[in-house]
Ligand binder design. Structure first.
Ligand code: ZN
Length: 265
């Protein structure tokens, strides 16, 4: 039998692989599963622990990315506590990589739900937008927008860095979904689509209560007043910033937002 077609297929496949890396995208991804060890994540007494859901999504995402030919580094691969400076040091030891931190959200208000994605430096904005749009389009959740915020792992990393909050474990619907492997697999697949810069199947409009601050798409800087309301009502992500640094991070974040920069996406 003629064996040439498989070779042609192999050449075609490898040219697709090269093309997918053609736009300066990182071939190495540092995956950061939030929390771990004694740090369960979320609020004290939260029924569904965050640390094992973040690790499971990160491990699923690693398998998907490795199958695509990416090199994947994990800041943790088991239930251990890894200090934030160690996570940053791991990320910064891979030049040319991108850093993706995976978290789930929590709030004192059980109705709070949705996906939000954070970045800090402008070199991370397009990756944040790509991941956010894909995760939102694959989730039956609200679109809480893309936000610029000085979380430690975003501020101290020297490579493009994104933190994605994959829904609220304190919300009955999103919490139930996060308990299923099928849904965590879907989250991993959508984050992988974002890392590959694939277009999102469709764009879900920004959550109504946040729409007034939209810049015409889902790429949004939340202004100070709704930002502080969000912090009070949801306590979201308080655990990503050391308390010493928090107030200065927040005020610098506000200054940035008030400049009303246009979307870099
Ligand atoms: Zn978290």
């Amino acid at each position: 039998m003629n064996r040439r077609p498989p070779i042609a297929v192999a050449i075609f496949a490898s040219s697709i692989a090269l093309a997918s890396f053609a736009f300066g995208q990182a071939r190495t991804i540092v995956l950061d599963a939030g929390h771990g060890g004694y740090d369960r994540g979320g609020v004290p007494g939260q029924r569904i622990s965050e640390k094992d859901k973040t690790l499971d999504v990160a491990q699923r995402l690693r398998r998907i990315l490795q199958a695509d030919g990416y090199r994947v580094i994990m800041t943790r691969d088991s239930d251990v506590f890894v200090p934030l400076p160690t996570r940053v040091a791991i990320a910064n030891s891979y030049r040319g990589a991108s850093f993706v931190s995976i978290h789930f959200n929590c709030a004192s208000r059980v109705g709070a739900n949705g996906i939000e994605t954070y970045y800090y430096r402008s070199d991370s904005a397009s990756l944040a937008a790509s991941i956010h749009r894909n995760v939102v389009s694959g989730a039956p959740s609200e679109n809480r927008g893309i936000r610029q915020r000085g979380f430690y792992v975003l501020r101290r990393t020297a490579i493009p860095s994104v933190l994605v909050e994959c829904g609220f474990l304190t919300n009955p619907t999103e919490g139930r979904l996060a308990l299923t492997g099928d849904y965590r697999q879907r989250l991993a697949e959508q984050i992988a689509r974002g890392i590959r810069r694939q277009p999102a199947p469709y764009t879900r409009p920004l959550t109504a209560s946040l729409r007034s601050v939209s810049l015409g798409n889902d790429f949004v800087r939340v202004p100070a007043e709704s930002f502080s309301r969000h912090r009070r009502s949801s306590k979201s992500s308080h655990h990503h910033v050391s308390s010493k640094k928090k107030s200065s991070d927040e005020s610098s974040g506000r200054k940035k937002k008030s400049r009303k920069k246009k979307s870099e996406d």
